[in-house]
Design a protein. Structure first.
Length: 296
């Protein structure tokens, strides 16, 4: 199978190259050069908004995995038009290219941000979709276009909504890094772990390697026209996360508390039975194992 990954220089794509390249012909496109070894020599420079470039990249491909996106909630607030240009218009261009190139399957990496504030936990795929951020709105809009291209052109599709995924390949210098990446960098620097609020807010953490495995399953499966949560199905509080770091480095981790963030979601945990039933997917990388990987 020939597979094209947009956003091929990103952390998730690097694990997709590792997961899929032994059995499939996998290439990528990105506006940035790759920095992760698995992507080296596999990623061509192209902007997803460039229809001609994307159509050329998609020629002969059986599937496209669309990971490319503007992923910063803060940046989407500062520049909602720019966010929509990448996440909506860029997705439309990739979809048009897929249809023009005769691609058989389109896997779209969306986000749990499409749900907004959970009205029930765990959050299942039929939960109301009420994003709080422009980023969440743009990712949800992309989902609608994926489904519309499916019904209009017969393109088989799968939408995947990852929850809080992490890996050592995330950029610790980015102000938008997740809490795990920030905690790991604080441990390296000998700084306290900064917990905002009481630390009892919960998140569904999973390793990017597990996300890549689920995406690979989605690409190769006969299943199509489905939306899946991608999570562990287990909630971990930020306080418990800090305690896990303390377990890894006994006596070396301290904690400081800060005021809670405005409009922070209290609990976010995925309901994952659909992925278990239709894709036979379960996460494999435990939290402590994943955290230790930051320091190997």
């Amino acid at each position: 199978m020939k597979v094209l990954i947009t956003g091929g220089s990103g952390q998730l794509a690097s694990y997709l190259f590792e997961e899929m390249s032994s059995e499939h012909d996998v290439t990528g496109v990105d506006i940035r050069a790759p920095v992760h070894r698995p992507a080296m020599g596999r990623v061509a420079k192209a902007d997803i908004r460039d229809l001609d470039a994307m159509t050329a990249a998609g020629q002969g491909c059986d599937a496209i995995v669309h990971t490319a996106a503007q992923v910063s909630v803060q940046r989407s607030t500062e520049d909602p038009s720019g966010d929509a240009d990448t996440n909506v218009m860029g997705t439309i261009a990739v979809l048009r290219a897929a249809a023009a190139a005769g691609v058989k399957k389109f896997v779209y990496i969306s986000s749990a941000a499409a749900y907004g504030d959970p009205q029930r936990v765990p959050v299942d795929e039929d939960h109301p979709l009420m994003p709080k951020s422009f980023y969440g709105a743009s990712k949800l809009c992309g989902e609608h276009y994926v489904r519309a291209f499916g019904s209009t052109f017969g393109l088989k599709w799968i939408v995947i909504r990852p929850f809080n995924f992490y890996s050592p390949r995330a950029d610790p210098l980015s102000p938008y890094s997740g809490v795990i990446t920030k905690f790991a960098q604080a441990v390296r620097d000998g700084r306290p772990l900064r917990i905002e609020g009481d630390g009892l807010q919960t998140r569904d953490f999973l390793h990017a390697r597990d996300v890549a495995r689920m995406v690979s399953m989605a690409v190769t499966s006969e299943v199509s026209d489905q939306t899946f949560n991608c999570g562990s199905g287990r909630g971990t509080s930020i306080k418990e996360l800090a305690e896990t770091f303390s377990t890894i480095f006994p006596g070396k981790v301290t904690v400081e508390h800060a005021p809670p963030r405005t409009s922070d979601i209290r609990d976010s945990v995925a309901e994952v039975s659909r992925a278990r039933r239709l894709l036979d997917f379960e996460t494999r990388v435990g939290l402590e194992e994943g955290l230790r990987g930051f320091f190997d």
